[in-house]
Design a protein around this ligand. Structure first.
Ligand code: SF4
Ligand code: SF4
Length: 378
């Protein structure tokens, strides 16, 4: 297993190499922060929180801070496939710019169909230029599923009428690392729900390179920025789970960190959305919560500047970061009503399960299978 000091050294070497490259933005990160009234103290607090998010020891926060400042040395190409653009909005629609959104502004975004000014032929040229000029060095982020039926004809992009399938394969060839942003790019999402007429697939199914999957509909901006920061800092992918999701974000079930968990363990459940148990914040399992089967850090990281997350707001988790959740987790407002998910089950969370009388909640497929599959990197 790699030690933290070896990883720290690797980060130092990577950042020293990035520092030699020319800045690709007119403004430094510190100038951007000043413009939006973000203090150095806020920045150091943010660096410490990203360090904790990435499950790294506190001394790494120096590296995180430096990596944030050097993010404009790393070219990022962002492609859109079949999707709703909600993942990009998760990052860019903050009510006030915070450091997560500033980092996204600061990284060297070479191509992004929603955010760039170019259109038509110029947009196509920009993409070709970025793929050629930064070959072997750019980070490729893909949002949306890839339609594959009829040779990909259900999605064409740009003046040349290239299919999404072609664009992904071309862009993947010269990428230093590839990130599927959101459940559609990771696992096909709603486009791949039965009967999936367009043959929509996750990116990792159409190329033969490792793809890091950021499941979520949308994934939180923290998980997107944390992944970008990890790549800037170390130039490689973090440890991944069996679905190629970063372990630091998807290593625990929603159920494990849910503030309603005590009620689950005590057998206290909401029976109707408007009942007194709902008002008392009881467990939403009987209202269809899929937190016991879902791996994500929503309860700890929350959304909208850490204000809330779905279960706190009163609705169960619908399992949006899991493969095939549109089919496998439905009906979203009813318990799964079966004991096994993907044919796997093991240690039951016995208290709630026994009280439910159905032994319905097993440890999720991911955790059990991880025992056998192992991680990409220890
Ligand atoms: S079933 Fe849902 S609401 Fe209940 S404790 Fe688990 S995650 Fe929380
Ligand atoms: S609580 Fe569940 S459904 Fe909601 S964002 Fe998190 S993983 Fe997705």
């Amino acid at each position: 297993m790699e030690t933290h000091s070896a990883l720290y050294q690797q980060g130092q070497q990577r950042l020293a190499a990035l520092r030699q490259l020319p800045a690709r933005q007119d403004q430094s990160l510190l100038e951007r922060m000043q413009q939006y009234g973000i203090s150095r103290r806020d920045f150091m607090k943010w660096s410490a929180s990203v360090t904790a998010l990435l499950a790294l020891p506190l001394p790494f926060s120096n590296l995180v801070a430096e990596a944030a400042e050097l993010a404009d040395r790393v070219p990022l190409v962002w492609l859109h496939m079949a999707e709703c653009t909600g993942c990009s909005e998760s990052l860019t629609r903050a009510d006030t710019p915070d450091l997560d959104t500033l980092i996204f502004d600061h990284i060297s975004l070479e191509y992004h169909e929603t955010l760039m000014a170019a259109a038509g032929w110029q947009a196509d040229e920009n993409l070709e230029h970025a793929l050629e000029h930064y070959k072997g060095n750019y980070l490729l982020a893909i949002e949306g599923a890839v339609p594959t039926a009829n040779n990909g004809a259900f999605l064409t992009v740009g003046c040349k009428g290239h299919t999404g399938l072609q664009s992904v394969r071309e862009a993947a060839e010269g990428a230093a690392a590839i990130i599927s942003v959101g459940t559609c790019a990771s696992f096909g999402g709603v486009q791949a729900a039965a009967p999936n007429p367009t043959g929509a697939k996750g990116v990792h199914e159409v190329i033969d390179k490792t793809v890091i999957n950021l499941g979520g509909c949308p994934p939180s901006e923290k998980n997107i920025v944390g992944t970008l920061m990890y790549f800037v800092m170390f130039g490689r992918l973090p440890a991944l789970d069996m679905y190629n999701r970063p372990k630091w974000a998807y290593g625990a079930r929603v159920h494990d960190n849910c503030e309603r968990r005590g009620h689950f363990d005590s057998g206290e459940f909401v029976e109707q959305f408007s009942d007194d148990n709902a008002k008392n914040g009881y467990c939403l399992y009987k209202m269809g919560c899929k937190g016991p089967y879902t791996y994500n850090n929503c309860p700890t990281e929350r959304f909208n500047s850490h204000v809330s997350w779905p279960v706190l707001a009163g609705h169960g988790c619908i399992g949006c970061s899991e493969p095939n959740f549109w089919d496998d987790m439905a009906d979203f407002e009813k318990p799964l009503g079966r004991q096994l998910l993907h044919g796997l089950d093991a240690t039951a969370d016995t208290v709630g399960a026994v009280i439910l009388g159905a032994a319905a909640i097993g440890i999720g497929a991911h955790a059990v299978a991880s025992l056998f599959v192992g991680s990409k990197e220890e």
